[in-house]
Every structure is written in C-alpha cells, then in structure tokens.
Ligand binder design. Sequence first.
Ligand code: ATR
Length: 278
Amino acid sequence: MTVETFPGGTRPYAEVIGDPIAHSKSPVIHGFWLEALGIDAEYRATHVTPDDLAAFFAQRVEDPHWRGCNITVPHKVEAMAHVGDPGNVRGSIGAINTVFRQEDRTLAGTNTDAAGFWAPIADMELADRPVTVIGAGGAARAILWALSRVGVGPVTVLNRNPLKAAALLSSFGLKGQALPLGPAAPAAALLVNATSLGMVGQPPLTLDLSALPKDAVVYDIVYAPLETPLLAAARARGLDTVDGLEMLIGQAAVAFAILFGQDPPRDRDAELRALLTA
Ligand code: ATR
C-alpha cells in the first residue's frame, strides 16, 4: 500500500483526494475557515491514484483523527463503491464529492456540488421559467439534479454530444430538450455553463446571448479565470452573473459543516475570494 499517512500525529484532520491534486483550492478554503473559527484541525491535499483508492479508505476509516475527505477528479464515481449513501443523494447524482465516517464507523458519501450550485441563486423565481444548461458531464449531473429538485420550467441541455444530454434529461425526469451546442443560446431565465469551456487552456465558450431576457442570470462554473468570455459577454449585455467561485465556495461550505460540525463564516467570503484569486 502506498497511501500517504497524515504527518501530524494527533490533530483532527480532513483532506481532499485526487489525481492530480496539486491544483486543488480546497485546502485554501477549508484552511481559511478553520483558522477563522479557531478550530484546532488541519485540511490538506493528498495525492491518491485510482489503484490506491481502496487502500486509502481502508486506512483512513481506522484513523480516529480523520474527519473525512473531499473527492475530486478522477474519483467522484469510483469512490461510490467504497461508501454507503445515507441521504440517497449519491445514487441519484451518480457521483460523490464528500466522504465521512458515520457513527457505526462505516463510511458514508454524499454530493455537495448540487447544494453549492444552488445556494447563490436560491432566491431566483424559476418556477415555469425556462433554463439552459451547457454540458452533460459530471458537473452537469449535479446541476440538473438540483434543478430537478427545485422545480423549474423546461430545461434545454446544450452539449457537443446531444445524445448524452438527452440521457441526462430523462434520467433526472426533467422536461425539456437536448440540442447540439451551437453559436446561440435560446431564451432562458437562467443560463449555466457546466463545461470546462472558458477555463485557462480550454477553448472559450462564445455564445450569442441576444435571445436572453433582461432579467436573465448567466452562471459559469469555471473559476479560472474568474471573468470568462461567457460572463464578459453577459455583463456587456447588462445581465446578472454568477461566477465559478460561488459554486466552489458553496460546495465547500456544505462539506465543511459535514467534516467539522460547524457552519463556515460566510460573512468573510470577500476575504476568501481575495485569497483564492491572489
Ligand atoms: P466534468 O466532470 O467537469 O463535467 P466531463 O464529465 O469530462 O467533466 O464533462 C465535460 C463536459 O464539457 C461535457 O459536456 C463535454 O461535452 P461532451 O459530452 O460532448 O464530451 C464538454 N466539453 C469538453 N470539451 C469541449 C469542447 N472542446 N467543445 C464542446 N464541449 C466540450
């Protein structure tokens, strides 16, 4: 077994696991909140390869100082095989991003991406209003699941491969349509980019937004850069926008409460955002 043990000894700790992992922002976010709340615990990034995933969980479940972990690429689906599902969130979304130990010492997994996505737009009135989601990968799954729970109008999923989009719509019981990603966005109250298009090193997402109404919100899950071509185009039209740091911080906040038993101080988001973009 080549799983790293945590070099800290006796303090409680949690971590984010992935392969690769060096890029993860989770240690900055959780570390900021731990310090702000004066919690004597640590949060770190641990490199775990797919071959080591089973050994990782077997080792951590026995460690009394371990509070749990967040899970990033490529383990969000595979990790489900190692944990139970207390809230039935795991099975419905088909991916997990948070694992913790239950009272009976077994591992449980859940997905906080859906709640993190929804939090910044929770006060939007979307009943019967059309929504467009771009993408049909793992991030889109959590977003479409969230939309299926809150009740929205017809959902259009635009994807390079529209067959994947159609499969997702039907698996979440959403009414709407799946279309190939084209040059223009259809009219919608909410437009979400759930792909990596626009991220540093990826092609931009260039969409004609002229069909969007004046009160539409454009939401991009990409946070590097913070001002993506999509959000720049939306702001140029005077539309409200939500950037990817909102969802990143939102999913971390729900995970932090699970891992450390306290809500993070969201009144300090401005400082945290400055830290994340420094
Ligand atoms: P994630 O877990 O981040 O959602 P993913 O599961 O690999 O990542 O999904 C990536 C999404 O971005 C998919 O919707 C993908 O489109 P396909 O399903 O057609 O592959 C989309 N995507 C990635 N690169 C793209 C590109 N160059 N052009 C258009 N869509 C792209």
